[in-house]
Design a protein. Structure first.
Length: 367
């Protein structure tokens, strides 16, 4: 679904508008260049401001009981309803389906980023046909004819790449990447971001990217390369940021080598969650690996970690600052708190990286 202007949208997050289950909703509230978010649907938090719930900032985005309630209260009508939660397994659970049906009856197109597709539900397809609205399953795999193998064109890309990676899943990689993109552009560094997940697509103003976990493995490296090559040719950025997925060492879905090997990113900003004791999504209670191992792996792939960023999950401000100082001392890396202090200081590190980087080649000797 391409459009030159933002579409007004509601976010569906019934009974789950919280940081754990509504990552997509939280990301869209923080910012999106594709949609204009005009409200959130969650009966439990109706009457509150969505921005205050997300990060304490008043954004004038109200929470409503239902789509019908939203239409009654809003001065301008939304055109789209976005599934903003991630139920276990990425499935369309019955209660969510009820709210989707209500949104269809209200005349809204539906954008769904879950693993289970709206088009597989005959009653939704029929309701959408009857109401003249569209169902968008953005995780639906594309035709093999439209996918790309890795070709080596990446070696001719001019713009340096920095991958924003993590030591685990769900640590804030995408959010940090967007903050960095905005801060770099504000500082005069023309920066583009390659999205690699469904929320990244929903936030992006362009189509430079792909959905990592709905792309057959044989094509992942090629799709990543193709997005970078197109972005470099069409936008001529000073810098390309890559939205990382999962982590190098989470056994439930390890990935990241593609960003370093196939995309030839020579810089890494590593997001870490020091308050987490066990790996996310692992059925077994597996301990978080030592961060030093990730740093060594990144180095083996020929890249350099230029900064470490920390998530505050499970820690108070004093604990987080103590850990920041300790990591900076023990690892010999600059360490930052993006959510608490912003990312402007990281821009100076990125500027140094750009001065010392020769695109696909290694750092020049004096750096």
């Amino acid at each position: 679904m391409k459009s030159t202007e933002k579409q007004k949208a509601l976010i569906l997050a019934p009974h789950t508008f919280n940081s754990e289950q509504a990552k997509t909703a939280f990301g869209l509230i923080r910012g999106t260049d594709r949609f204009e978010i005009v409200g959130v649907i969650d009966p439990e938090k109706s009457g509150q401001d969505a921005g205050v719930i997300v990060d304490g900032n008043l954004r004038g985005i109200p929470v409503f009981v239902s789509s019908k309630h939203a239409f009654e209260q809003l001065s301008t009508s939304p055109k789209v309803a976005i599934v903003g939660i991630t139920p276990s397994g990425g499935l369309l659970i019955p209660e969510l389906l009820n709210f989707i049906e209500e949104a269809i009856e209200a005349g809204l197109d539906i954008v769904n980023g879950l693993h289970e597709f709206l088009e597989e539900k005959p009653h939704l397809v029929e309701a959408a046909r009857r109401r003249g609205v569209k169902l968008h399953d953005i995780r639906k795999p594309r035709s093999k004819m439209d996918l790309h193998f890795w070709s080596g064109e990446i070696t001719r890309v001019r713009a340096p790449r920095i991958a924003v990676m993590g030591t685990d899943c769900a640590v804030g990689k995408r959010t940090t990447t967007r903050w960095l993109m905005d801060a770099c552009n504000q500082a005069g560094i023309k920066t583009e971001m390659i999205f690699t997940g469904q929320t990244g697509w929903m936030q992006s103003r362009h189509d430079y990217g792909f959905l990592f976990d709905s792309t057959p493995n044989d094509f992942v490296s090629g799709e990543l390369e193709y997005a970078i090559v197109r972005c470099d040719r069409e936008c001529s950025p000073d810098l390309i940021l890559l939205e990382g997925q999962s982590s190098l060492r989470n056994p439930s879905g390890p990935c990241g080598s593609e960003f370093l090997c196939s995309a030839m990113a020579k810089g890494v900003i590593l997001q870490h969650v020091p308050g987490r004791k066990t790996l996310h999504f692992a059925n077994a209670s597996l301990p978080m690996p030592d961060i030093q191992g990730d740093l060594e792996l990144i180095k083996v792939y020929g890249a350099r970690t230029i900064a470490l960023t920390l998530s505050s999950e499970g820690l108070d401000s004093a604990e987080l600052e103590d850990i920041r100082i300790a990591h900076q001392s023990s690892l010999g890396l600059p360490v930052f708190l993006p959510k608490e202090n912003g990312v402007e200081e990281i821009v100076a590190i990125i500027s140094q990286f750009l001065m010392c980087s020769d695109s696909n080649k290694k750092y020049v000797a004096h750096c």
